[in-house]
Design a protein around this ligand. Structure first.
Ligand SMILES: Cc1cc2nc3c(=O)[nH]c(=O)nc-3n(C[C@H](O)[C@H](O)[C@H](O)COP(=O)(O)OP(=O)(O)OC[C@H]3O[C@@H](n4cnc5c(N)ncnc54)[C@H](O)[C@@H]3O)c2cc1C
Ligand code: FES
Length: 281
């Protein structure tokens, strides 16, 4: 059992939790993730390791409550316990040998991009961060990201905060202004990662994205997380989740991720009598 030692609401839908998990904290690196089960009936849900403290033995997760399991997790409080918290899983992000990197986070993707930005900044790399949100009320991690950036740019789709526009507009402007990035890291909604990759391709800038296919075991056995990269089948849980954005078949990933939409909707809205009407089916 894993104790929640800190809980903080970052906006209406996004929660930060610091969890007592010393064995995970000991080995965790930027880009890796955990799989949790809220209780013994819970589904297995992957979440990125947003931060870790090896001395305290804690791991930070930042998640958006979108469906049954993330809402259940968000309903827990400081002092409560999470049943399973397995990790670190996945290949750490490769961060060596870069001089100037642009890290782009879209919405809750900022939480997933933050550890890579922090690790690069601590290595002395020049890090430009572009954080994009739909609107001012859902901005997260502004101060944390500013603290690990050489330059921090914020965009909102509706112009209510920062610069009006998409992260791709800002990225293009920065490249056109002469910034020579040797890597772009883009993490957020699949369409955002696709369009960032399309933006950097003509300039030949290496682009890394973090993929979020449906994962079940997280150890390369079930095949649920398969994605096509450069025409080859890869398992995101063991070969990724980071991949070359210029090689990813984003349209296939979008199709596969929406495969269970009806069931997820049903799941979120129906209480199952098998559990005495207390839990969702
Ligand atoms: C490697 C990885 C890292 C992730 N890191 C984060 C993070 O740091 N913060 C965050 O907010 N979200 C993260 N996600 C997404 C998160 O796992 C989903 O939001 C969560 O699984 C939703 O489950 P649910 O029951 O609450 O919602 P549901 O209503 O069941 O599903 C909502 C959507 O979440 C996705 N999803 C559902 N089940 C899974 C599953 N088993 N595996 C992967 N995706 C699923 C699907 O796209 C689905 O349409 C990550 C996903 C992956 C693969
Ligand atoms: S989640 Fe089962 S193979 Fe990746």
């Amino acid at each position: 059992m894993y104790k929640i030692v800190t809980k903080r609401q970052l906006n209406d839908a996004v929660t930060l939790m610091e969890v007592d998990a010393p064995y995970v904290a000991k080995k965790a690196l930027a880009g890796q993730f955990i799989i949790f089960r809220v209780d013994e009936f819970g589904e297995r849900i992957p979440l990125t390791i947003a931060d870790y403290d090896r001395e305290k033995g804690t791991v930070t997760i930042i998640f958006q409550a979108v469906g049954r399991s993330t809402k259940l997790l968000a309903s827990l409080n400081e002092g409560d316990y999470i049943h399973d918290f397995v990790g670190p899983l996945g290949v750490p992000t490769h961060l060596d040998g870069y001089k100037k990197v642009c890290v782009i986070g879209g919405g809750v993707g900022c939480a997933i991009a933050y550890p890579s930005a922090k690790a690069l900044f601590q290595k002395g790399v020049e890090v430009d961060i572009i954080a994009g949100f739909r609107s001012k009320d859902i901005v997260i991690l502004e101060e944390e990201m500013k603290a690990v950036a050489t330059h921090y740019y914020l965009t909102t789709d509706d112009g209510t905060y920062g610069e009006k526009g998409f992260v791709t507009d800002k990225l293009k402007a920065l490249i056109e202004a002469g910034n020579q990035y040797d890597l772009v890291i883009a993490i957020g909604p699949i369409p955002m990662m696709k369009f960032v990759s399309l933006t950097t391709k003509p300039y030949g800038i290496k682009t890394m994205v973090s993929l979020n296919p449906i994962m079940i075991d997280g150890t390369g056995m079930c095949g649920g997380c398969r994605v096509t990269v450069g025409g080859q089948t890869k398992f995101a849980c063991v070969d990724g989740p980071d991949f070359d954005g210029h090689q990813v078949d984003f349209d296939e990933l979008m199709k596969r991720n929406s495969f269970y939409k009806e069931e997820e909707q049903h799941d979120a809205n129906h209480i199952c009598r098998l559990f005495g009407g207390k839990r969702n089916a």
